[in-house]
Design a binder for this molecule. Structure first.
Ligand code: HEM
Length: 511
């Protein structure tokens, strides 16, 4: 049996090497962007694994702002300058609006049925439009204002009760985000306690599931790049994805059944939400695609995963402020001047808090959640900057290289919110200024930038306004570990554990 497996593997290997050499012969006739020589089978994986960001950074310095790599059996272009990013995301946007397939899209998002992983086409267009109209439009966000405010207050209430204890802050921010998004898309929240009582999730399991969802969505899975060894699951990610999928499946089934019952009981008197619009699709025959319950789950999962991004930004912002005391002081001064000591920050206050907004922009510059955006893939052959870009080439927009480049930003490694004031406030985050692309740009840009910004600013402002934040005993701010997870997302490697101490009069915490 063992020798049979060896024979099969050997023949596969030979076949792959043959295909690789044949492809290379073909590619020699093209003028590809510069890049290092690639090995058969692994391509340039040896140069970028395991320190993906750092290695890509080093390679981009050597080969320039448009570089060709072979990632396993796929051709990839790494784009590392403002001008080149414009070429791919603006001038040739349509051709690069497709996403490559990955195990995360398959296992975590129901065979690419969510927005983020679905291929560019009528299905993507339809669900993105529904989310845009029913959730992310200004009028819907206006309607949902009180939901954000209430969930932030619940978070503040929890922190007040647990004042003086060491807590992993992101778990609580992400639970607030989960409640917020469930109320917005499904019309009600699913409190942790009731989910535990019904056996849908284990005790303390939900924040860990949300954390794992965010992490696994952004991992660099070797099997995606060398598909024929995918079955080996060398990094163990696919196993973790399958486990997580089972857990989320139970949760999403529970949410969908619950909404179905509410729709049946309340009929037309039910307040319409985004999920109702998705339910309508179930009932409408569509010649272009067949919409099923699986699709609703995928879109819900997308929204739940999306709001986790705001948690990552908020956690980075607090980390930076703990190390940059002057910025923290300035933020507090602004809060005291605009809000005073007798109330909480509300959405209507945000335009009066330019320093807070500058802090959030600077955090997203220094710690972009998508350091390479979400990968794109070309639909057809094109020519950019005199180079051939064949169809089915993967494209990574190296946002990290842009935001940390001294030719684009002064003192790029330093946290300086002031760069977004005194004229700098005009640098927006909505994909027009290519030196700052926290939400991407073009057709596949984040549709929830408005909601994301609001959620981060409101949460952060209230956490700073209501509490002093202390590091664990004896730890100095300069000792805070600022390491990043290496992958397609970039959250903190070590979760931030802090002690909250209320700083407003006691009665302000009693709602
Ligand atoms: C501060 C918070 C957020 C940041 C920094 C962020 C960032 C991003 C980035 C970088 C992309 C990839 C864009 C590209 O490929 O050009 C993206 C896509 C996406 N985001 Fe966000 N996001 C945030 C919040 C959210 C929220 C709250 C949701 C949903 C509730 C969400 C839903 C999505 C979706 C559905 C996509 C895929 C769009 C597509 O492929 O068409 N995001 N986001």
């Amino acid at each position: 049996m063992a020798s049979l497996i060896c024979m099969v593997m050997g023949s596969l290997l030979l076949f792959k090497i043959f295909c690789d050499l044949f492809n290379r012969q073909r590619q020699r006739q093209l003028k590809l962007p510069p890049g290092p020589k690639a090995w058969p089978i692994i391509g340039n994986l040896n140069l970028i694994y395991p320190f993906f960001h750092l290695s890509i950074h080093g390679l981009a310095l050597k080969y320039g702002p448009i570089m060709h790599l072979r990632l396993g059996c796929h051709s990839a272009i790494i784009v590392s300058s403002v001008d080149m990013a414009k070429q791919f995301l603006k001038i040739h946007d349509r051709n690069f609006s497709y996403r490559p397939k990955s195990m995360a899209g398959k296992y975590l998002f129901y065979d690419y049925c969510n927005i983020t992983f679905s291929p560019y086409g009528p299905y993507w267009c339809q669900i993105r439009k529904i989310c845009q109209e029913e959730l992310f439009s200004s009028s819907q966000l206006q309607l949902h204002q009180c939901i954000c405010a209430q969930e932030v207050k619940s978070l503040v209430g929890f922190l007040f009760v647990n004042a003086g204890k060491l807590i992993v802050i992101k778990h609580h921010i992400s639970t607030a985000g989960f409640n917020m998004i469930c109320r917005m898309v499904a019309g009600q929240k699913y409190p942790n306690q009731s989910l535990v009582e019904k056996g849908i999730v284990g005790s303390d399991e939900l924040p860990k599931m949300l954390d794992e969802l965010f992490l696994l969505t952004g991992v660099l899975n070797i099997g995606d790049l060398v598909p024929w060894i995918n079955f080996l699951d060398l990094q163990g990610y696919v196993k973790r994805m399958k486990n997580l999928r089972k857990k989320f499946d139970k949760l999403l089934d529970h949410i969908i059944d619950d909404i179905k019952t509410t729709r049946r009981v309340q009929g037309d008197s039910k307040i319409r939400t985004m999920v109702d619009a998705l339910f309508d699709l179930l009932e409408e025959p569509n010649p272009e695609f067949c919409f099923t319950r699986k699709h609703i789950k995928a879109v819900l999962q997308d929204m739940i995963g999306g709001i986790e991004t705001s948690t990552a930004v908020t956690e980075w912002a607090i980390s930076e402020l703990l190390r940059n005391h002057q910025s923290l002081e300035k933020a507090r001064e602004e809060l005291e001047m605009v809000i005073g000591n007798e109330r909480w920050v509300e959405e209507k206050d945000v335009p009066q808090l330019p320093y807070m907004e500058a802090i959030v922009k600077e955090t997203m510059r220094l710690h972009p959640v998508g350091p390479m955006l979400a990968p794109r893939i070309s639909n057809e052959h094109c020519n950019i900057a005199g180079y051939d870009i064949p169809a089915k080439t993967r494209v990574f927009i190296n946002v990290l290289a842009i935001v940390r480049s001294p030719t684009v930003w002064e003192s790029p490694e330093n946290f300086i919110p002031e760069r977004f004031l005194d004229g700098g406030e005009n640098i927006d985050v909505i994909g027009q200024h290519f030196e700052l692309l926290p939400f991407g740009s073009g057709r596949r840009m984040c549709p929830a930038y408005n909601l994301g910004m609001k959620a981060v600013i409101l949460t952060l402002a209230n956490l700073l306004h209501g509490f002093e934040w202390k590091l664990p005993e004896k730890m100095q701010a300069c000792e805070l570990n600022m390491e990043e997870v290496v992958g397609l997302t970039m959250p903190r490697k070590v979760p931030l554990a802090l002690v909250a101490q209320p700083r407003l009069p006691n009665h302000v915490y009693h709602f």
